[in-house]
Write a protein that binds this ligand. Structure first.
Ligand code: TYD
Length: 134
């Protein structure tokens, strides 16, 4: 997998007061925004994710701390360390993703192009693998 295809640059403005992180439709986010959610207060760094979406498009930004994102397209698997708010990770449909090794202070902001639909999830790796082959 070419990691560069999944990474996008987020604007960060720092001055004497602190930092601003800016993600705008079109300029940073290649889809219409319908939902925003956060992963935070991680419990002992327990891994999360372990699913793919059939249609949902998402952009994840690690705004604090760090974690490892595993991405899998059914053929290849790659791990991307997220520790810089200037780095956005695009999670496109039919990409199996897992989050591991959360630091205690980790905060992940996720921007999505649709509201939550459980029917859009593939939560079983074998089902995902079969779907990518068909
Ligand atoms: P899930 O997506 O499985 O979490 P993760 O991928 O981080 O492991 O979501 C956990 C629970 O929260 C699950 O019952 C679905 C629910 N949920 C919503 O109701 N709305 C949402 O926007 C999200 C992301 C999850």
């Amino acid at each position: 997998m070419n990691v560069d295809n999944y990474l996008t640059e987020i604007t960060e403005i720092t001055d004497h007061r602190g930092k601003l992180i800016i993600a705008e439709e079109v300029n940073h986010i290649p889809f219409d925004i319908k939902r925003v959610y956060c992963v935070l207060d991680v419990n002992d760094g327990k891994p999360r994710g372990f699913h793919a979406h059939k249609e949902l498009r998402q952009l994840a930004i690690c705004i604090k701390g760090s974690c490892d994102f595993v991405l899998d397209d059914g053929l290849e698997r790659t791990t991307i360390k997220m520790k810089d708010a200037k780095q956005g990770l695009l999670i496109e449909p039919m990409i199996w993703h897992e989050m591991h090794n959360f630091s205690n202070d980790c905060v992940i902001l996720v921007i999505a192009n649709d509201i939550y639909h459980e029917s859009d999830y593939i939560r079983n790796y074998n089902d995902f693998s079969k779907a990518t082959r068909s």
